[in-house]
Design a protein around this ligand. Structure first.
Ligand code: ADP
Length: 195
């Protein structure tokens, strides 16, 4: 049973690591960004509502995001653990997640903070823009997303650090080396893939 969060700025490699870790720990990777993009692509009411915020590099309102995560965490596959990628991103979302976990009599095991310096983040996001063509990977929107992260999300790390939950992991280097660092720090806390 592993319940973990991945926190880090845009471009730190959260999505890539989330997929690898989820497989390794046999838990679902829940990415709010992926869920929003799926809804935008399929033009669902949620997607229509979220699109403008995403294209501008702003956060989708907490009310929508919290409802989405609350629903997703109630699914059967999330009862034995989960990895949240990109949630919570605001203090309101942090409180909502605390409430959800409390209602389920569970708690987080670890918060993995993925780091990378700003030049590397900008370089990776510019590269991704060429490969994937995401609407929010233009230079101005990238800058804005990095600012929004610093302002609204980076402070959450202190909250989790005060609970002794944060493992700071260097996100630079080969993908598999970063995964190995994360797994090492998870196992160092006595959490195991098969536990
Ligand atoms: P990145 O980490 O590169 O910014 P994501 O795929 O995690 O990319 O998120 C893309 C966009 O989706 C965000 O800029 C935001 O508009 C929206 N989003 C994702 N997660 C959240 C969240 N927890 N709260 C509000 N908006 C979110």
């Amino acid at each position: 049973m592993t319940r973990l969060l991945l926190i880090g700025p845009p471009g730190a490699g959260k999505g890539t690591q989330a997929a690898l870790l989820a497989q390794r720990f046999s838990i679902p990777a829940i990415s709010t960004g992926d869920i929003f993009r799926f809804n935008v692509k399929n033009q669902t009411p949620l997607g229509v509502e979220a699109k403008g915020y995403m294209d501008r590099g702003e956060y989708v309102p907490d009310s929508l995001t919290n409802a989405l995560v609350r629903d997703r965490l109630s699914h059967e596959d999330a009862q034995k653990g989960f990895l949240l990628d990109g949630y919570p991103r605001t203090s309101d979302q942090t409180e909502e997640l605390d409430d959800i976990l409390r209602e389920n009599n569970t708690k987080l095991d670890i918060v993995v903070q993925l780091t990378a310096d700003t030049n590397e983040l900008v370089r990776r996001l510019a590269h991704r823009a060429q490969v994937e063509g995401r609407a929010d990977d233009t230079p101005e929107v990238i800058r804005h997303r990095l600012d929004v992260y610093e302002e609204q999300t980076a402070p959450l790390i202190d909250i989790y650090a005060s609970r002794g939950l944060v493992a700071m992991i260097d996100g630079l280097g080969e993908i598999e080396d970063v995964t190995a660092r994360i797994i090492e720090s998870i196992e160092a806390r006595g959490l195991h893939p098969d536990a």
